[in-house]
Design a protein around this ligand. Sequence first.
Ligand code: PMP
Length: 470
Amino acid sequence: PPALVRRAEQQDTKAIQALDSAHYLHPFTDHGDLATRGARVITRADNIYIWDSEGAKILDAMSGLWCVNAGYGRKELADAGYQQTMTLPFYNSFFQTTNVPAVQLATKLAQLAPEVRGRKFEHVFFSSSGSESNDTNVRMVRRYWDLLGQPQRKVIISRQNAYHGSTMAGASLGGMSGMHAQGDLPIPDIVHIGQPHFFENAQPGESQADFGLRAARWLEEKILSIGADKVAAFIAEPVQGAGGVIIPPATYWPEIQRIVDKHGILLISDEVICAFGRLGHWFAYEKFGIRPDLVTFAKGVTSGYIPLGGVMVGDRVAKVLIEKGGEFNHGYTYSGHPVACAVALANLELMEREKLVERVRDDTGPYLAERFEELRGHPLVGAAETCGFVAGLVLVKNKAKRQVFDESLAVGMRCRAHCFRNGLIMRAVGDRMIIAPPLVMTREQIDEMMDLIQRCLDATLEELRAEGLL
Ligand code: PMP
């Protein structure tokens, strides 16, 4: 390992944990709780594996935070960052200046974003994260309607249990009640409808197709109750990620498209997780045949090697902003950051050369689906679904009766603890266990991951039986 890593590994884990606890405020963390355990110190990574300061090798089935699409240790991404840093480490695009990597990346993204039914994505606005990109969306959508002389169109409709970031606008757009409870959110004119979560929200005997239509029509009910002339946009993740990998029934998205078209409201597809091959396509709207006006992206665009996000701006909005808009008073210091853009370009070129998107769509994605289906036979698994390279399973007390566990038993967290112990990173959202592996994962590595998942499910089952909880 290089000098920096050696230095970290030579330090006593306990000493790093003590400093971590003394000085570092982590995102989404209960620090009292963390201080009693000590954080796991991750020191290095390669391909689909990470290592901790105690030398344990762990299979990272979450790609960090759904972002390391190209896998760890890709030298050409480091080289691209180094070269650009030595050439031009920073310059802004505010005052009628630009830089070559930002222009090249915007051009590349416009080429990769497929046209749907006459709607093109010729323009990109850059930020450094998914949250900032969704803040951009709120401002852009409101600006769009102002310019069209309809300033009363302010309301943005989102969904409960959605995740759109952690800034004031991002957390407001999101539908996480725990986040709304801290900081007086949502901000005004953001409202939420139910999510298309078949396992939780379908009525007994209701088909997937019927439920999908019913869930989509919650949008129309909300539009009508507010008044269509006051609604600016609807925002949603094609597949909900942080909410627990919730894959909507096939009938959901076409009906959503019909409704937004009928009422003339803008559609924002938040593809921070779903774009760049995660669902086997460069952009997820293509998979679902939807025609968004704005597409949020981040994470996979650089495979997480450096922060970069943005919004693909469809021609409906771009035309108004550019032709009628004058100055749009919005932007970030790091919008179009040359180093971040250079790394993104190298990442997209690598993904193209290795055909990672096609591989997930045609080979490893279907194989993961096949292997995941086998889990349905496990006594704890009430549902198991995949979509490209995201997957989720539900831990249940009684499969036949679809009976879930008492929340206080924290069965998902128990399972996650077994994953940690067995060298596997899997995330728990309540009692849903989810994965989003690096797109470089091979069939053999899928088998290796599935063996680990099976082992962790068995260990969880054993623990619950031993405590008489089943
Ligand atoms: N939107 C979605 C769909 C996300 O999954 C996330 C992050 N998980 C965000 C927005 C926020 O991105 P960031 O953490 O980069 O601000």
